[in-house]
Design a protein around this ligand. Structure first.
Ligand code: ZN
Length: 240
């Protein structure tokens, strides 16, 4: 029986939905993120706002929400040359992967999250990776997650579960999941409140744009991350 979780929480839509899932499922939940000198610090700022809003608007969840961990991972910026850490344009690389792919990023994140979970005695690692994304990042695939779960469990001699609530669903279903989880949270008007919180406070845009407000939230509206979020939101709203 699993009762505690560590959520890889970046402050975006996906990881906020994963946080809601963990708070709805486990008695004790902590959060972790990594500062790898992202081009934009807005996500790292957004995540603190999201945590504060969750505490304020969802009292039942606030009781379960424990420590937040932010690890310095500057070394990742040193070893990678991608448009997330350097000021280069987004494009598809020769490998067929977008140049937003940071090789090894999720592998490092999960390894460090495992180390923190070991120390904090947390059983489940929750991450918002997804195979249905346009990007096809190989470190977001289900097989990679299963391999990491085995590697961490063997390497630390402690049984970890890596949970991926978004693995097989698209962005419209991710919005719907947030609506459902918020609705079941016990907070008044919780479904709409969680969707509103995600619109207003989470950040997804690759360009770090917080100056343009759309029905689905802030962003440039043009980059792949904005497009995905916007399209998913439109389909979610029309399905209500
Ligand atoms: Zn954007």
């Amino acid at each position: 029986m699993h009762t505690s979780a560590l959520v890889l929480f970046s402050g975006g839509q996906d990881s906020t939905t994963c946080l809601a899932h963990a708070l709805a499922t486990y008695a004790r939940v902590e959060t972790i993120a990594f500062d790898y000198r992202q081009r934009h610090r807005v996500e790292l700022d957004a995540r603190l706002t999201v945590l504060a809003e969750v505490r304020a608007k969802f009292p039942q969840w606030a009781n379960k929400l424990g420590e937040d961990h932010l690890l310095d991972l500057a070394v990742l910026g040193e070893v990678s040359d991608t448009s997330l850490t350097r000021d280069t344009a987004f494009k598809m690389a020769q490998s067929g992967l977008p140049n937003t792919f940071v090789p090894g990023r999720n592998l490092l994140f999960l390894t460090l999250a495992g180390a923190v979970a070991y120390r904090r005695d947390l059983q489940v690692l929750v991450t918002g990776v997804c195979e249905t994304d346009f990007s096809g990042y190989p470190d977001c695939r289900d097989d990679t997650m299963k391999a990491m779960q085995l590697a961490l469990s063997l390497g630390m001699d402690k049984r970890f579960l890596i949970e991926t609530p978004l693995m097989w669903i698209d962005k419209a279903a991710t919005w719907a999941m947030a609506h459902r989880l918020g609705g079941a949270s016990g907070a008044v008007g919780g479904g709409d409140a969680l969707v509103e919180l995600i619109i207003e406070h989470t950040h997804t845009c690759y360009l770090g744009d917080r100056s343009h407000r759309h029905p689905w939230g802030y962003g440039c509206g043009e980059c792949p991350a904005c497009e995905l979020r916007a399209r998913g939101y439109e389909r979610f709203v029309t399905s209500l």
